[in-house]
Design a protein around this ligand. Structure first.
Ligand code: ZN
Length: 253
């Protein structure tokens, strides 16, 4: 057995037997991992509440053939304690954890930029200086960008024109100009495009000064765009796996 250390944010926990848990953690160096924590559900657990969702922890683990085993956990930042008392911030944080898990599709694949985005996003959320919806949308836009799915915001995703943007077409890749816009495409207000760009770039002065109706419009577009890419992205990943590994599928092609 090999012992290793890492730090990570707890994304999710599941019951394992009577007293144990499987903990899903996004780590700094090992990407997303799942590990077993023994006795964590007993009242006198040596882990206490350290292995709860949102916790940023320093970990020691035993590498095993199946699930790695958590042997030590020290709290670095207990984000969950603050978030639990504030419903809007808690729901925004929950969406961040879920998105971080979905966007790190391969277990054990290093995902340093996604880890840093999550830690930064949770810290900003806990500090409470910005509307939680803006913090969430900034996190989602940047996470999409890290995953290689950044939407076009300041240019037409079809012809590349930078002026006269009139619509937003999710399947096409983002903003479209008046000529490329197809019937049925969303038509966001120009300040909504400006807000999306500010969030992607981390321009909080602009984002904090935005109008509530543009925040609502921005959130709707970002959520729809993320949803579309998660569904289609995961489907395309399955194609990649099929093409490289399984011979029975290769015969079919
Ligand atoms: Zn165009």
């Amino acid at each position: 057995m090999t012992l290793y250390r890492d730090e990570g944010v707890v994304l999710r926990t599941q019951k394992l037997g009577e007293a144990d848990r499987i903990v899903t953690i996004l780590t700094r160096r090992h990407g997303r991992i799942r590990a077993a924590a023994k006795g964590v559900r007993k009242t006198k657990s040596r882990f206490g509440a350290r292995l709860e969702p949102f916790s940023h922890v320093d970990l020691q683990l035993y590498e095993r053939r199946s699930l790695d085993l958590v042997t030590q956990a020290e709290t670095l930042r207990p984000y969950g304690q603050t978030l639990a008392t504030d419903y809007p911030r808690y729901t925004a944080g929950t969406a961040m954890l879920e998105t971080a898990e979905r966007l790190t599709s391969e277990e054990g694949e290093p995902a340093l930029r996604q880890f840093l985005l999550l830690v930064g996003g949770l810290r900003t959320l806990v500090e409470g200086d910005h509307d939680p919806r803006l913090v969430l949308d900034a996190f989602l836009l940047r996470s999409l960008s890290v995953a290689g799915w950044a939407p076009a915001i300041d240019e037409c995703c079809r012809c590349g024109d930078r002026g006269g943007l009139r619509g937003f077409m999710i399947a096409a890749g983002g903003a479209v100009c008046a000529r490329c816009r197809q019937p049925g495409a969303a038509t966001p207000a120009p300040p909504t495009f400006a807000l999306m760009l500010a969030l992607l770039r981390g321009d909080w002065v602009h984002a904090d000064g935005s109008d509530p109706r543009h925040r609502i419009e921005c959130s709707g577009l970002v959520a729809a765009y993320l949803q579309w890419h998660l569904e289609h992205g995961i489907r395309s990943l399955r194609h990649v796996e099929r093409g490289t590994g399984d011979t029975s599928d290769r015969e079919r092609v």
